[in-house]
Design a protein around this ligand. Structure first.
Ligand SMILES: [Zn+2]
Length: 127
């Protein structure tokens, strides 16, 4: 575990389905808002990462995958220890684990403006 850092420590987590947003109140007093659409489009799981980086439409067997549009509605959210949150979407996808450090960094880069969130960079991807 990392040393205690109030910037990446949530005190309150809210999925606001009506607003289509996920809100984190941080220990240092800041509040971050993440549109659910942004969260899904930045899903950090390997499968979604491949799709974003132009993974082919055909898999190894030559079958064309039918890509249904992803769901932007959260059916469940689960805390992973005290360092991450995992969302389950109404289409059944649940592989993405969102580290609070990554969420916080994206929010800071966007000036805490939910309309200016940059693509989320997972820290672990940088080797
Ligand atoms: Zn995913």
């Amino acid at each position: 575990m990392q040393a205690f850092d109030p910037r990446t420590r949530p005190v309150d987590l809210t999925v606001d389905r009506a607003a289509g947003a996920f809100r984190i109140a941080w220990q240092d007093g800041q509040t971050s808002v993440y549109p659910l659409v942004w969260l899904r489009e930045n899903c950090p799981c390997a499968e979604c990462g491949e799709k974003r980086h132009g993974g082919g439409q055909e898999d190894a067997t030559g079958m064309i995958r039918l890509d249904l549009p992803p769901s932007y509605e959260v059916s469940n959210a689960v805390l992973i220890g005290n360092y991450a949150i995992q969302f389950e979407w109404t289409d059944g996808h649940y592989a993405g684990i969102y580290a609070f450090t990554d969420l916080r960094r994206a929010s800071e880069e966007g000036g805490f403006d939910p309309d200016k969130l940059p693509p989320m960079q997972a820290a672990k991807e940088t080797r």
